[in-house]
Design a binder for this molecule. Structure first.
Ligand code: ADP
Ligand code: MG
Length: 696
């Protein structure tokens, strides 16, 4: 069973009295009184009757009406758990964890007993668990092992309006499961009213609307477009704080960096203001440590105004009581697939009108409120989309395609997507999988592909593990992959940059950032996983402990897949670089100048990042591969490894060939031939589809 730092900290708090924070309301009322006060409680019996009578029910209701926390408990009270678990999916990890903690408190059990959660690499459930919160990705992967989802009696697909990639795929999968299991109940919840689409998709399922209880929210637009949304937000926060009546503030920012900056500047300026009443500024984003996340639910001391600066997680997933003022920057970070560089990138994008209205609504939950939009009214009407583009239409689909293939969906063009992804994206994903050797020329899963799907990893990382077995370094590669799946390994405190940089450099392996990570892990092991060693070397102990957990889970999967654990001779890590090369040869780059490279297939510039060990030690090999390209002031390669030209030709023969002066990429005759083959695959699929339609 995986250990979880979040679950541990929650249990410690539970022992001390309360897991989740206490608002003014919650301090004066018992938990069961609070539950009865929620809008959903008043319609509980009607709702349960509706669910008993219908296999699928779509539920809409304002955020905060109790959908996420109450439905699962009602279903349990009605006895559905006699036939299986109640599962509730969330598009966000943080929401799954936080809500499970709250519900465990309401039920009065330890987190992980009757109520638990499961997110990638972290399963806090047990035999006893009857209410299970999880990310949509986790349920999707469970359907691989348990195609009829037999362990569940009810599934609540929460936050369906988010239209996350995995939720969208689950819709298609669930529709098939429901045909086979007439006893299964599906409840789809949405915070917005555009639920007709879900209703139609499930053959006219009833829509149950929870009557809301909202107060009017006054809107104020900016008169001009601000240059800098951090600065604009800081000014607005302080203006509200200095001039407006009591009430907490919720600010919607883009991401971690901007949130931290905003919190820092507000706190600083508030100190300098004369007669500034006390203000408690709290950040909220998914990578924030769990104990700090729960702070947003805690009530501030008497006379202190609370100001939460959050990503769009506070838009619908989490509800904080007591918000009277909303400050909306009008932006969020979205994962967008960039076909030019063939990968996903997080981009700061204007939100849609639907998001903006949802944000505004957060100000009117308990009393009339005000929403300040830091953009013009014109921008709202002319520049914002009416609603979001579903993730499935804007991201890379390799992962999903691989998963669906192993669920037996042969032709993706036929899968029941609520909004089908662009055909080009499907074909591009098929192509990427073919390049990785996961599917063959006819689009069928290869034996390697079958193994790859078992890993909850990007296909390229799964491939790395599989190749490593053949190269005799699966032990090392499992560590590299684990280290890649945890956030931030190195710690760089603000006032000790030089000292921490020097400590980091001591770990550098000249040829590779991946090997540098491996080196850190190996040394940590050698020092008995000591936390003091981590502090001394400016390494996040939490990150390493998490990497160790992930590694253990990967080793489990490897055992199940009969992948032998092999380790290379001490420090003989060239083969590890070769394994890395085998999964990232699409990101191969050739040297052009000092620290400057170009991607060999796209010709796009790719520079060594100053934090790279290659940069630090001034090592400039002819060829490198990298994990991803990040676009800031320049195109930077993140996580770089030096490779041999011959490896590229050997591992990526469809792209590279050996020339007298080394490997060459580009459109070789072979590459052209393969491209033609892919084209004919595509035609065949289209023809097959036409044929099927003609028959039907
Ligand atoms: P919905 O899903 O309809 O948006 P929820 O079930 O999430 O509504 O929220 C119902 C109530 O539970 C809200 O008043 C919210 O403030 C409270 N709540 C939810 N999670 C927590 C938590 N972690 N700590 C304290 N209160 C919470
Ligand atoms: Mg909810």
């Amino acid at each position: 069973k995986s250990k979880s730092q979040f679950a541990d900290s929650m249990r410690a708090k539970a022992a001390a009295g309360s897991t989740t924070g206490a608002s003014e309301f919650s301090k004066t009322k018992t938990i069961s009184e609070q539950r009865k006060f929620l809008p959903v409680f008043r319609v509980r019996d009607d709702l349960m009757r509706c669910i008993a009578d219908n296999q699928v029910v779509v539920i809409t209701g304002e955020t905060g009406s109790g959908k996420t926390t109450q439905l699962t408990q009602y279903l349990r009270e009605e006895g559905y758990t006699k036939f299986g678990r109640i599962g509730c999916t969330q598009p966000r990890r943080v929401a799954a964890m936080s809500v499970a903690a709250r519900v465990a408190e309401e039920v009065g059990c330890r987190l992980g007993d009757e109520v638990g959660y499961s997110i990638r690499f972290e399963d806090v459930t047990s035999e006893k668990t009857v209410i299970k919160y999880m990310t949509d990705g986790v349920l999707l992967r469970e359907s691989l092992r348990d195609p009829d989802l037999d362990s569940y009696s009810c599934v609540v697909m929460d936050e369906a309006h988010e239209r996350s990639l995995n939720t969208d795929v689950l819709f298609g999968v669930m529709r098939e499961v429901l045909k086979r299991r007439s006893d299964l109940r599906l409840i789809v919840t949405s915070a917005t009213l555009d639920s007709k689409k879900f209703q139609d998709f499930f053959g006219g399922a009833p829509i149950f609307a929870i009557p809301g209880r909202t107060f009017p929210v006054r809107l104020e637009y900016a008169r001009s477009v601000p240059d800098d949304h951090v600065d604009a937000a800081v000014r607005k926060i302080l203006q509200i704080h200095m001039t407006m009546p009591p009430g907490d503030i919720l600010v919607f920012m883009t991401g971690q960096e901007d949130i931290e900056a905003t919190c820092g500047i507000v706190a600083q300026r508030a100190l300098k203001l004369e007669d500034c009443p006390p203000l408690l500024v709290l950040p909220m984003y998914s990578q924030l440590p769990a104990d700090l996340q729960t702070k947003i639910f805690e009530r501030a001391d008497e006379g202190v105004r609370k100001c939460i600066v959050s990503t769009n997680i506070a838009e619908t997933s989490l509800t904080v009581d007591g918000i009277v003022y909303v400050v909306d920057t009008g932006f969020c970070k979205l994962k967008v697939y960039n076909p030019k560089i063939g990968m996903d990138a997080l981009q700061v994008t204007p939100v849609s009108q639907a998001n903006a209205n949802q944000r505004k609504g957060r100000a009117g939950r308990t009393q009339p409120g005000v929403c300040f939009r830091l953009y013009t009214e014109r921008a709202f009407y002319d520049e914002m989309l009416v609603s979001n583009i579903p993730e499935i239409q804007r991201t890379n689909l390799s992962n999903v395609v691989l998963l669906l293939k192993s669920l037996g969906v042969d032709s993706l063009l036929d899968f029941a997507f609520m909004d089908p992804p662009p055909q080009d994206t499907i074909l591009e994903s098929l192509y990427q999988l073919w390049v990785l050797g996961a599917i063959d020329n006819l689009g069928a899963l290869t034996p390697d592909g079958r193994k790859m799907v078992e890993f909850p990893l990007e296909p390229s990382l799964a491939k790395m593990v599989i190749v490593a077995e053949k190269l005799g370094c699966s032990d090392e590669v499992a560590t590299v992959v684990s280290m890649l799946s945890v956030p931030q390994v190195f710690y760089r405190p603000k006032d000790r940059e030089e000292e921490s940089d020097a400590a980091r450099e001591k770990f550098f392996v000249p040829e590779s950032d991946h090997l540098t990570l491996l080196n850190v892990y190996k040394q940590w092991e050698r020092h008995a996983h000591a936390a003091s060693w981590c502090t001394e070397h400016f390494v996040h102990a939490k990150a390493l402990r998490k990497a160790r957990e992930v590694r253990e889970q990967l080793l489990d999967i490897m055992r199940q897949q009969h992948i032998v654990l092999t380790a290379c001779a001490d420090g003989a890590w060239d083969v590890v670089r070769k394994a890395i090369c085998s999964s990232y040869f699409v990101n191969a780059a050739k040297i052009k100048g000092i620290g400057e490279y170009v991607n060999m297939l796209t010709g796009i510039a790719a520079n060594l990042h100053p934090s790279s060990s290659l940069f630090g030690l001034g090592y400039t090999p002819d060829y490198v591969v990298y994990n991803e390209l990040v676009l800031t002031s320049k195109e930077y390669m993140m996580c770089v490894t030096a490779v041999d030209g011959e490896w590229l030709a050997e591992l990526g023969p469809m792209f590279f060939e050996l020339r007298a002066q080394g490997a060459e990429g580009g459109r070789s005759a072979k590459r052209m031939r393969e491209a033609r083959e892919l084209e004919s695959m595509k035609r065949e699929a289209e023809f097959q589809k036409e044929l099927d339609q003609a028959r039907a």
